[in-house]
Design a protein around this ligand. Structure first.
Ligand code: PEP
Ligand code: MG
Length: 520
């Protein structure tokens, strides 16, 4: 048995098919000019983005933006003017663009995979071929790869691809988040993936993070039985979230756009609004925003929808809102901080949210990302209240906000812990960095300690404290988070049944005991 990191739960057994190798081209044999290839790649990515739901659509939209970046086209044109054939000019242009991006900060480890995928698409169009990417063996299979780009993952069909095993990749990489959204079991950062050949039988456990090559029948049977039990337990429990002794915990969903909304959930705990802003040169108008937010509010009529205002910067750069060339974008002008540079952006967004809220009968709450101080929380709440939005809270994803949670909570109406960034900033470990997965683990006691402080501060002041980072979707951790005192959990819709079942199997006292154990 080989170990990796399980990033999407589920057990699957099937025949391995490896991702096709890179196509080889004759350098001088280009079929179209490079700018046509760039534009074809951008259109292809835009088409893909339009055909899938968030978060895949956001990632693909960002890739399309890369293909349309005039700096990239200038670089390639420069190489062509210097006498290089188009193929070499494209490769050299992308290599330079990659360096430019890398100079903008360490989070680029992840974006570089996205950029390489764009380059490969451009080269394929240049040579009039298609990418020999996802294998099609004619039967459902286990996809094995060194790594997968978000674009490749986004287009996988769950019926065809039984599971994913990659050599590289990290737990909060785009690929991992997309695999989970598609419900395909996945194990990443598994070195043994390099040795799995086409046609071998493979057993993948996406919860345990294990991969067995040519497994004995007994091992397969035991794993499938375990999975059956897990699924049966998950679907046996229905209704609103509560512990075995009836303590209510709101179970909410994270949404990233206005498509594929799971309308059976109790509400939305995190509505990421970046999707509307990503593939643009300018911010969308207030009317356009109002219509897009309204579609989500209509789908969740009568329930709470927590809208997060724009979280631009770091891993979500926007042309019109992100400070150029920050040496350290994760520590730069991102989230609410961008409102200092462009207050009209936040005000326009709050106006649009308030207008959409008035059009529909969802209970609309707003929250700000990347808040560090009580003063920032107070400022945000005052702005939101001034727009007629009565419930304004902030995300706790910076250790400073967790350490001063009482003051921060006093300055606004609720808190929501973003464990993805809270782990990154607490452990000083880039959330995109595959090698730092152990440090980024939300089970780290230091991170749990900050969740506890935040939840306790909320309880003292009678204000809700939710968790909306990926940690909330792990059923075992969800139990611990409830034991630490959080009042709601927000997650990818696929994770809801297992979390609901885990809570129903534990009393509040069990949750508290497990939380104390996890902390110690
Ligand atoms: C988080 O940081 O945990 C979070 C929910 O926000 P995002 O993943 O969008 O940064
Ligand atoms: Mg965050």
């Amino acid at each position: 048995m080989s170990a990796g990191i399980g990033v999407s739960p589920g057990v699957a057994v099937g025949i391995a098919a490896r991702l096709g190798g890179d196509p080889s081209y004759t350098e001088s044999d280009n079929k179209v000019p490079f700018h046509a290839a760039l534009s074809a790649a951008a259109q292809e990515l835009e088409r893909l983005a339009a055909s899938v739901a968030a978060p895949a659509a956001d990632v693909l939209g960002a890739q399309a933006l890369m293909a349309r970046d005039p700096v990239l086209a200038d670089r390639i044109a420069g190489h062509q003017r210097a006498g290089h054939p188009a193929d070499r000019a494209v490769r050299a242009g992308f290599a330079e663009f990659r360096e430019l991006l890398a100079a903008a900060g360490p989070y680029l480890a992840e974006r570089v995979a996205d950029l390489d995928d764009v380059r490969d698409r451009v080269l394929a169009h240049l040579h009039g071929t298609t990418l020999p990417r996802i294998p099609r063996p004619g039967y459902p299979f286990v996809l094995v790869a060194e790594d997968l780009s978000p674009a490749q993952t986004a287009t996988l069909r769950p019926g065809q691809v039984l599971a994913i095993v990659t050599e590289r990749g990290g737990p909060t990489s785009h690929t991992a988040i997309l695999a989970k959204a598609l419900g395909i079991p996945a194990v990443v950062a598994c070195p043994a993936a390099a040795t799995i050949g086409d046609g071998q039988s493979v057993l993948v456990d996406g919860l345990a993070g294990t991969v067995d090559v040519e497994p004995p029948a007994g091992t397969i049977a035991a794993a499938l039985e375990r999975e059956d039990r897990r699924r049966a337990a998950a679907t046996a429990v229905t209704g609103p979230g509560r512990t075995a002794d009836g303590h209510p915990v709101k179970l909410l969903v994270n949404v990233g756009g206005d498509r594929d909304l799971d309308t059976t959930a109790e509400g939305v705990g995190l509505f990421r609004t970046e999707f509307l802003f990503l593939d643009r040169d300018e911010a969308p108008t207030v009317d356009e925003q109002r219509a897009a937010y309204g579609r989500v509010f209509a789908a969740f009529a009568g329930r709470t929808v927590v809208v997060r205002t724009l979280d631009a910067g770091a891993d979500k750069p926007l042309r019109f809102a992100t400070a150029p060339r920050e040496p350290n974008p994760a520590l730069g002008v991102r989230g609410l901080r961008a409102a200092r540079r462009a207050p009209e952006l936040l005000d326009g967004q709050l106006r649009a949210i308030a207008a959409a809220a008035a059009d529909h009968d969802a209970q609309v709450w707003v929250m700000a990302p990347m808040v560090s101080t009580a003063a920032e929380a107070a400022d945000f709440a005052a702005r939101a209240h001034a727009h007629g939005l009565p419930t304004a809270g902030v995300m706790v994803e910076v250790p400073a906000a967790a350490l001063r949670a009482e003051q921060v909570a006093a300055a606004c109406d609720f808190l929501s812990v973003g464990t993805n960034d809270l782990a990154q900033y607490t452990m000083a470990a880039d959330r995109q960095h595959a090698d730092l997965a152990a440090l980024l683990d939300p089970w780290q006691p230091a991170v749990l300690e900050l969740v506890r402080r935040t939840a306790e501060a909320g309880a003292r002041l009678g204000k809700p404290v939710g968790v909306c980072g990926e940690a909330a979707s792990d059923p075992r951790l969800a139990v611990v988070l409830v034991g630490l005192g959080v009042t709601s959990l927000s997650m990818a819709p696929v994770a809801l049944p297992a979390v609901r079942a885990a809570l129903a199997a534990h009393t509040l006292a069990d949750c508290r005991r497990l939380a104390a154990e996890a902390l110690s």
